[in-house]
Write a protein that binds this ligand. Structure first.
Ligand SMILES: [Zn+2]
Length: 473
């Protein structure tokens, strides 16, 4: 009787990526020296030592980078595509002032073709910096945006910009733009879910997006939370973004924003809170008890003077196990789309604030930029770590430059010294979308011209002529 022969031939796969260091962010947080991962279709089918993967799999294509560091694709937990005109927002405004003077007028001036340009530019910039997943906290002209995201290859959560202008901040100085009744706002949330679902791209998941920041009624907040829970999507809003917002809500409701949101029943495991800059310990407990997730946006907090070093509760949120990611926010809030820079700040802000060098570890900061963001966006079933069965969302860093050398501990280099500019190659779902620091998707030079022309058009509409305070001769 013939016995089956042991299989000695390697199994075919589409691609093998090998690198000097593979940071998996898997359950055991393994970092594999001289590691490799094998990809078939969009999926990781093997990960381990290069010698073991090579003995088991034979690839049609290879990316062999013995000097490189490989990381899971990073997640941007807060990135408005409605934004525009980097560097044009007048300096010196608080969050609420900047919204009213610059951001809302800009948003309301956009036409569908402008949104398409901004979406193509933002996704190209995020990919250039190693981001493979992002959350759009409420956009407009979504029919022009969805094809741009789909073409980019990125994963995203997205919904329609929605408010009813009946929150604690009042309606003074708010624009007529999309000024909806509560009833119509709820319908718009449902429409946003339907449009994204009907678009039918499995990398793009719907969200129930209300603005928050004191511009939404309790009834709208509760409806958004329930809709997200019923549809198992994600209710997204800006909340407790500054101490000023806290004071407004205390005056209006006698409760801090987080505790008021919890009290009315608008916090649940399908809620994503953006910013959450100004918190007390009861707020942290309310978020943790609810199962809600959050995105911290550290460079925005610093630029707009939100007080994250004074009122932030990063260590407490981490200790409470709240799923937390990092974001860069709108174009003029961070002026960059680099999650590496957010990781740097995530590690350091709380150390200085608490005068405790152990307040947030480098490993935790890297986790926030990868798996933490995927968990916060409810995408960790497919991305956020490099593991068999997950999608092949992979970043390859070129380490042949000063920020990566000397290289003894890649987590330390990545946290303290590296920017997204050392990202060399990016794959999303096994597809190469950045190669040798160049997009494989868009003509980046042409896109730069397009976005600057669009910016000039929008700035002319809203009467802003950006220039430095120094004389330009
Ligand atoms: Zn925002």
């Amino acid at each position: 009787m013939n016995q089956p022969q042991p299989q000695t031939e390697p199994t075919p796969c589409d691609r093998i990526i090998s690198a000097g260091w593979v940071i998996t962010v898997d359950t055991d947080r393994r970092i594999i020296r001289d590691g490799a991962l094998a990809i078939t279709g969009s999926t990781i089918v093997a990960i381990g030592k290069r010698a073991d993967v090579d003995a088991t799999y034979r690839a049609l294509e290879r990316i062999d980078r013995p000097d490189a560091v490989v990381l899971p694709g990073m997640a941007n937990g807060h990135r408005h595509l409605l934004c525009c005109a980097k560097g044009a927002m007048p300096e010196g405004g608080s969050t609420l002032e900047s919204l009213r003077r610059f951001i809302y007028p800009s948003f309301s001036s956009l036409e569908p073709e402008d949104m398409n340009v901004y979406a193509r530019h933002a996704t190209a910039e995020m990919i250039r910096n190693g981001t493979t997943l992002f959350e759009e906290p409420g956009c407009n002209h979504i029919d022009a945006v969805l094809p741009a995201i789909a073409d980019s290859g990125m994963r995203a959560r997205i919904g329609l910009w929605t408010w009813d202008q009946q929150g604690s901040a009042g309606s003074t100085d708010l624009p007529d733009w999309l000024n909806l009744s509560t009833e119509d706002a709820i319908k718009r949330l449902e429409e946003g879910l339907e449009v994204v679902q009907a678009f039918g791209n499995d990398r793009i998941r719907p969200a129930v997006t209300i603005e928050g920041v004191g511009t939404c009624s309790d009834r709208l907040s509760v409806a958004a939370a329930r809709l997200a829970e019923e549809t198992q999507t994600l209710a997204v809003q800006h909340k407790s973004t500054s101490e000023r917002e806290v004071q407004l809500e205390l005056a209006a409701y006698g409760q801090r924003p987080i505790q008021h949101t919890a009290a009315i029943g608008a916090l649940n495991p399908y809620t994503l809170l953006n910013h959450v800059t100004s918190l007390d310990l009861d707020d942290v407990a309310a978020i943790a008890d609810s199962g809600a997730t959050i995105s911290q946006n550290p460079s925005t907090a610093l630029k707009l003077a939100k007080g994250t070093t004074q009122f932030g509760k990063w260590p407490e949120l981490i200790a409470a196990g709240v799923p937390m990611g990092l974001g860069t926010d709108a174009e003029n809030c961070s002026n960059h789309q680099d999650i590496c820079r957010a990781i740097y700040l995530a590690a350091l802000l709380s150390r200085d604030a608490r005068q405790d060098p152990g307040a947030v570890s480098a490993e935790t900061a890297v986790e926030l930029g990868t798996l933490g963001g995927a968990r916060a966006l409810r995408f960790d079933d497919v991305t956020g770590s490099l593991e068999v069965g997950k999608e092949a969302d992979v970043v390859v860093f070129d380490t042949n430059d000063y920020d990566w050398r000397p290289l003894h501990n890649p987590i330390a280099n990545l946290t303290y010294g590296v920017t997204g500019h050392s990202v060399d190659t990016v794959l999303i779902g096994g597809r190469v979308v950045l190669e040798n620091k160049k997009s494989t998707i868009v003509d980046e030079d042409a896109l730069r011209d397009e976005v600057e022309a669009t910016d000039r058009k929008i700035l002319a509409k809203i009467g802003i002529d950006p220039r430095p305070a120094w004389p330009v001769i």
